[in-house]
Structures are given as C-alpha cells and as structure tokens.
Ligand binder design. Structure first.
Ligand code: NAD
Ligand code: AHE
Ligand code: ZN
Length: 371
C-alpha cells in the first residue's frame, strides 16, 4: 500500500528544500521500507543542492546520513526483519560483485549505476508528489520520514544504539575515521595534516589519534574550528589566512620537510594540490576525501609523484558498511567515538533549510534533523 511521508524535497538546484507530503510506494522484491528517525546533514547534500554535482538530479529527496527502523520488507528479503534498526548505506555491500569479492575496495557496484540516476535497481522510483515522480538520492533519501532502499544498502545495528546519534556514522564520522585507518593506513608515530575541520576533518583527527599519530596538524580558514580539533586530539593549528606564503610551504617548514600523511576534507582542488605538496619527499601520502564540482580538475607537477609522494582518494572511508559499520556503532557506544562532540545543532524537519545555512556560515559541525 502506498503511504504518505513528510519529506524535504529539492525541487531544483539552489532552491530551498520544501517540506511536503510525498507518496511512498511499498518495497518491491529485495527492497526495504525504512522509517527514518534522524538524519545528519552532510556537506555533500549542500554540494548536490548547489547544482555542482554531475549526478545531481531534481526533483529529488536528498540526505544520506540517517538512522531508522525497518517498517516493511519486500519479497525475498532475508537479512532484515520489521523492527530492525538500520543505517542506510550510500555504498552498498552485496558481497557478490567483482568489487566486493576483490578484497581491495568497498565500492560495491551492484546498484551503483541506477543509484547514480536517482532510481531503484529496477529502474523506477518509489517517491512521487502530486503524481510527479521524485528521484532518490545516493540510494538513501534520508530527508524523508519513510524511504525505500535495497536490502544490500542497509547495515543492521544494535537496537540499543541511539539512532539520533549513530546516524552520523552513515557518512561523516565513519568517512573521516575510515579514511585514516583504511585508506591512508596511518602508522603510529607519524605526522598527519588534516585540511578542513568540518565533520569529516574532525573525524579524521579521531582516526589519527586511534592510529597513534604523533603529530596531528589541523588546518582551517575558520579559527572557530580549532577548539574542537584540540579536544579531539589535534596538536598543531594552522589558519592559511595567517600566512603570506603557500600553505604547503608553511607545513613543510613546520615538519622538517613535510608530513607523512595528509587528508583533504574540503573539496577544493587547489587545497588538494597543497595537501599533496605538503607531504614529505620519498614517502608522504595524501588522501582526497573532499568532493569537487563538475568540471574541476586536480593538478600538480608530476615531479611531486616521481619523487615519491602518493596521491589517493577515499569514499566512505573504505568501509564495507554491512560488515564493518556495526563495529563503529559499538565503538561509539563505548565512548571511543565521541558523537556528541559533532552534534552542534538539532532541529525538526521543518527547519532543515536552517541546517544548510548554519553549515555555510561555518557555525555547525553537524546538525541532526529529527522526524
Ligand atoms: P563542512 O562544510 O562541515 O567542513 C568543511 C570545512 O572546510 C569547514 O570547516 C571550512 O571552514 C573548511 N574550509 C573551507 N575552505 C577551506 C580552505 N581553503 N582551507 C582550509 N579549510 C577550509 O564539510 P564536511 O561535511 O566536513 O565535508 C567536507 C568535504 O568532504 C565535502 O567536500 C564533502 O562533500 C566531502 N565528503 C566526502 C566523503 C567521501 O566519502 N569521500 C564523505 C563525506 C563528505
Ligand atoms: N556524484 C559526484 C561525486 C560525489 C562523491 O564523490 N560522493 C562520495 C561520497 S560523498 C558522501 O558525503 C562517494 O563515495 N563517491 C563514490 C561513489 O560511488 O559515489 C560526481 O562527481 O559525480
Ligand atoms: Zn556525506
């Protein structure tokens, strides 16, 4: 039976989200209907809303950092039951595709092609508004009270984990920690430069402390971010605007030739170059996490790589969601991942446009929207 759901719909790029009641069709075979309890707002939602995302499609229901409860299951669903608590995954885990079986990547491709077109795996959408089709987003659409996902795009988590907090593990916090531990594989005693201290960069600081990095250099043009970075374990703080010379030169001077690892957590292609070039000759490795807009490209002198620096990238922190996310939830429950530190604002769905405003003003780390 089709149900009604309150949702924040992106009707077009750069337009405020509109809170309306959409129609949600029941889950088809292999699909699951989830009631979203809470969702974070990630910079990628703002990026797509800005119109810069080559995969951005409208009208759509954004949101990909949610926590919810299984409301109904479609035919053939075996790994989940009504009442299970789940975190939606924008990186599915089918355990059967070439990517899943490679042991080399978390980038399951089972539903990726249709997901990128805003559709369910059968090529249709479950959302509509007044008869008009509404697209899904990143396979999640957590800005809707009810959403439908493929079974393989849901991580089952313990019932006692607070959904209004662990929703942040659906993207930002897991991405930052995972990028340090799984992608960069930061070694104990090393130096790490983290560019951008939003939800992702701050989580990368936690990852660097978990990896026992000796020096964690936190870089941001908004000095208001430094105090939280300090609380989470950063040892050095740099505002590029305080320096006349290029920021890579500043970091190289501070670190006797450059850092062992750097991470770009902003989505600025010039900063990606700086992050690579502040790495130590011979071994420094830079990981790109930030997402840059359509048409933008990275550049550096090939000599930077010839002389031993390494450039890589990370999606969802290299984490295989169904298998590994429960352990992140466990760590959060034990207090090893301080989710409360990230939640600077909470609000009702009706106020969701304020969450985007707070992010753009640099006033929030994460806003959690409650349904
Ligand atoms: P955010 O807006 O919360 O934080 C960005 C931070 O970067 C802010 O503190 C801002 O002051 C700082 N900043 C902006 N320009 C800067 C500059 N020139 N130098 C230094 N700092 C600067 O964003 P977020 O939610 O933390 O996301 C960060 C980036 O990561 C975005 O591009 C987002 O799309 C991307 N992202 C990628 C993945 C992935 O899997 N690869 C996952 C989540 C988010
Ligand atoms: N659609 C964009 C790229 C967006 C992007 O890079 N997404 C990240 C996750 S950001 C989460 O906040 C990602 O994991 N990408 C891997 C994937 O398979 O989407 C574009 O440029 O087309
Ligand atoms: Zn995100």
């Amino acid at each position: 039976m089709t149900i009604k759901s309150r949702a924040a719909v992106a009707f077009g790029p750069k337009q405020p989200l509109q809170i309306v009641e959409v129609d949600v069709e029941p889950p088809k075979a292999g699909e699951v209907l989830v009631r979203i309890v809470a969702t974070g707002v990630c910079h990628t939602d703002a990026f797509t809303l800005s119109g810069d995302d080559p995969e951005g499609i409208f009208p759509s229901i954004l949101g990909h950092e949610g926590g919810g409860i299984v409301e109904a299951i479609g035919e053939g669903v075996t790994s989940l039951a009504v009442g299970d608590h789940v975190i939606p995954l924008y990186t599915a885990e089918c355990r059967q595709c070439k990517f899943c079986k490679s042991g080399k990547t978390n980038l399951c491709q089972a539903v990726r092609a249709t997901q990128g077109k805003g559709l369910m795996p059968d090529g249709t959408t479950r959302f509509s508004y007044q008869g008009q089709l509404i697209y899904h987003y990143m396979g999640c659409s957590t800005f809707s009270e009810y959403t439908v996902l493929p079974e393989i795009s849901l991580a089952k988590i313990p019932q006692d984990a607070p959904l209004e907090k662990v929703c942040l593990l659906g993207c930002g916090v897991t991405t930052g920690i995972g990028a340090v531990l799984n992608t960069a594989k930061v070694q104990a005693g090393s130096s790490v430069a983290i560019f951008g201290l939003g939800g992702i960069g701050l989580a990368a600081i936690i990852g660097a402390t978990m990896a026992k990095a000796a020096r964690i250099i936190a870089i941001d043009i908004n000095p208001a971010k430094f105090e939280i970075a300090r609380q989470l374990g950063a040892t050095d703080f740099v505002n590029p605007q305080d320096h006349a010379k290029p920021i890579q030169d500043v970091i190289v001077e501070m670190t006797d030739g450059g850092v062992d690892y750097s991470l770009e957590c902003v989505g600025n292609v010039k900063l990606m170059r700086a992050a690579l070039e502040c790495c130590h000759k011979g071994w420094g490795e830079s990981t790109i996490i930030g997402v840059a807009g359509a048409g933008q490209e990275i550049s550096t002198r090939p000599f930077q790589l010839v002389t031993g620096r390494v450039w890589r990238g990370s999606a969802f922190g290299g984490v295989k969601g169904r298998t590994e996310l429960p352990s992140y939830v466990e760590k959060a429950q034990k207090g090893e991942i301080p989710l409360d530190t990230f939640i600077t604002h909470t609000m009702a769905l009706e106020q969701i446009n304020d969450a985007f405003e707070l992010m753009h003003e640099g006033k929030s780390i994460r806003t959690v929207v409650h349904f």
